[in-house]
Design a protein around this ligand. Structure first.
Ligand code: SAH
Ligand code: SF4
Length: 371
């Protein structure tokens, strides 16, 4: 039984090795696994009858043993400028998740979800305000990407980047997230480079250390929002369990293992965490732990359950200038796609769909610092 209550597994939940075992159980040679994998992830086939490379009996066995979709798109929204697109999906058990596609000059970036809701309870986040409904399976994470990959392919385009920054805390659903990323990264199929995938975490230090040991080149983004433990814990309840010294130690382990520059995310909340002193302390942490880092500063997107306001522009620029003075590159994310509700921290499935929330979608504007 899978989480949806259906008895048939979702095709995207299987690893390559699972397919090898399945085809051998069907009395078929192992190379059939390769053909199924290519069908799913290169050709983007999503019906058993599409698998023209397979003998009829095997196509029938696929139809008999598996389901090909868990995600039903129930609502799609496109920003007026067409640059941002969001889909609300229903899962078989009634849970809902959202996926966002952002179009930049050269990039087609998907922002995907790993949980329906989130258990971390960050006070400013609409997903956190929902609580955790359930984890997604690896296949449900992968299917979000394939859904948009098919749409883009129909336009002669493709997915170039994935950010795991939608609903949920990816490292709280560690195994499923990692399997999903490994599936999408696998060069035998979808083949999206690991360096084009960014996993964003609220900062679960032990899981960051575990990720460091995987030997993968995924980018790590850490949602920091504060440079002292008291303030951080007030914004992010789970931060009480992982003080900044522990978190930065884990970041150092990730940096040393991967040599990948780490991104720190900072949601700017007026008069809460936007002082130049906070920027100074952040710079000190980064230097003390010997990290090569980049800071993304994002004005708060208002959500129904939090009374904080976004920082004014001057305050954001002053914050960025401090980091810049320390040689730490900083990007201020500016509002985009205000007409659909797809901004950071605003994904809430349909429960809050009808709520009136302002919206930003991150878009890069570099304000200086090292390249
Ligand atoms: N759980 C992960 C990834 C999903 S949240 C994490 O927390 O990193 C993606 C990003 O949106 C995080 O940096 C998060 O702090 C930020 N965010 C959440 N609510 C926000 C809001 N209301 N305004 C701006 N950014 C927000
Ligand atoms: Fe969860 Fe991230 Fe939202 Fe915090 S910011 S509640 S970790 S989705």
């Amino acid at each position: 039984m899978n989480v949806s209550g259906e008895s048939k597994p979702l095709v995207y939940d299987l690893t390559y090795e699972d397919w090898e075992a399945w085809v051998q159980n069907q009395g078929q040679p192992r190379y059939r696994a390769r053909q199924i994998w290519e069908g799913l992830y290169k050709h983007l086939w999503h019906r058993p009858e599409d698998f023209s490379t397979l003998p009829k009996a095997l196509r029938e066995a696929l139809a008999r043993d598996f389901t090909f979709s868990h995600l039903t798109p129930v609502k799609e929204r496109q920003s007026r400028d067409g640059e941002t697109h969001k889909t609300l999906f229903h899962l078989p058990d009634g849970a809902a998740v959202e996926t966002v596609r952002m179009r930049y000059v050269r990039r087609r970036t998907l922002c995907i979800s790993t949980q329906a809701g989130c258990a971390m309870g960050c006070v400013f986040c609409a997903t956190g305000q929902l609580g955790l409904l359930r984890h997604l399976t690896p296949g449900e994470i992968v299917e979000q990407v394939l859904y948009y990959a098919r749409k883009l392919r129909a336009q002669g385009d493709r997915v170039t980047n994935i950010v795991v920054m939608g609903m949920g805390e990816p490292l709280h659903n560690y195994a499923a997230t990692l399997q999903a990323m490994d599936t999408l990264n696998d060069p035998r199929g979808f083949g999206l480079g690991a360096r084009r995938i960014t996993i964003s975490t609220v900062g679960l230090a032990p899981k960051i250390r575990q990720l460091a040991r995987e030997g993968k080149q995924y980018n790590l983004a850490v949602s920091l929002h504060a440079a002292d433990d008291d303030l951080r814990s007030a914004l992010i309840p789970v931060a009480r369990r992982y003080p900044l010294a522990d978190l930065f130690d884990a970041c150092r382990a990730y940096f040393q293992a991967t040599r990948r520059r780490i991104t720190f995310e900072w949601t700017m909340i007026r008069d809460v965490n936007d002082s130049p002193q906070q920027a100074e302390r952040l710079a000190r942490w980064i230097r003390e732990y010997g990290l090569v880092a980049h800071v993304n500063v994002i004005p708060l997107n208002p959500t129904p359950g939090y009374e904080g306001r976004p920082s004014p522009r001057q305050r954001i620029e002053a914050f960025a200038a401090v980091l810049e003075a320390h040689g730490i590159p900083c990007t201020v994310r500016v509002r985009r796609g205000i007409d659909i509700q797809a901004g950071c921290g605003q994904l809430a499935g349909e429960r809050l769909e009808r709520g009136k929330m302002a919206l930003h979608v991150a878009t890069g504007k570099r304000v200086g610092g090292r390249a």
